[in-house]
Design a protein around this ligand. Structure first.
Ligand SMILES: Nc1nc2c(c(=O)[nH]1)N[C@H]1C(S)=C(S)[C@@H](COP(=O)(O)O)O[C@H]1N2
Ligand SMILES: [Mo]
Length: 196
């Protein structure tokens, strides 16, 4: 058995992954610590009829709901049964009018870090903007104040410290995708690196 677990559990663990009970911290660069949230904003831009900027207070006032999922990091750990609170993409998109050419999304994080995905994957009702994990606000290390969560793709597609969502016509590689990671990153197909 993959992880020594029961069959139901193993069915939830993609090939080459091992379960972890902890919540590892992984990122490139330094953790941003915010002291003054009046300087924080979240921009929705690119192929939209009208660009939008949320202040911290505006974003935190959006309706939220609970999400449960399993996450899979390309470095081979998976963590089951995460409970999150976040803003659904549907809630966000009520405020956004896309141009018809919008086919891909780029998440922009603090320090210029980026990751890309097709718009269909962004619009799934399992994708969301996470604010709490297992009942607690995200810690600085895990992406405070808001991170995207795209649980059906490897976890590098889930941008911590989100600051922008850009809609694009053509796919473009983000930070790890420029550095050898797969453009899509399906854990069930082990799309880890660009040659997979
Ligand atoms: N802004 C930003 N988000 C990021 C990263 C990063 O370097 N910067 N790393 C990604 C990677 S590779 C992983 S595995 C997850 C790890 O999230 P965690 O530290 O909360 O476990 O964050 C993803 N989101
Ligand atoms: Mo990762």
């Amino acid at each position: 058995m993959l992880n020594g677990g029961n069959k139901e559990t193993n069915d939830r663990v993609p090939p080459g992954q091992t379960l972890t009970e902890g919540f590892p911290v992984l990122h490139y660069g330094s953790v941003p610590y915010y002291h003054d949230m009046s300087k924080w904003d979240l921009k929705i831009f690119g192929l939209v009829e009208e660009e939008l900027t949320f202040t911290f207070d505006e974003f935190m006032a959006l309706p939220r709901r609970e999400f449960k999922n399993d996450i899979h990091c390309v470095t081979t750990w998976s963590k089951l049964d995460n409970v999150w609170e976040g803003v659904s993409v549907a809630t966000l998109m009520e405020k956004v009018k896309l141009k018809p050419e919008a086919k891909y999304v780029m998440f922009h994080a603090e320090h210029g870090w980026t990751t890309n995905l097709p718009i269909e994957d962004f619009l799934l009702d399992t994708t969301f903007l996470g604010i709490k994990h297992n009942g607690e606000p995200l810690t600085p290390e895990h992406g405070y104040p808001v991170r995207t969560v795209v649980p059906h793709l490897y976890f590098w597609k889930s941008a911590k410290w989100l600051r922008g969502i850009e809609f694009m016509e053509k796919d473009k590689p983000g930070f790890w995708e420029r550095n050898g990671y797969h453009m899509y990153g399906d854990p069930w197909k082990e799309q880890r690196y660009d040659f997979d």
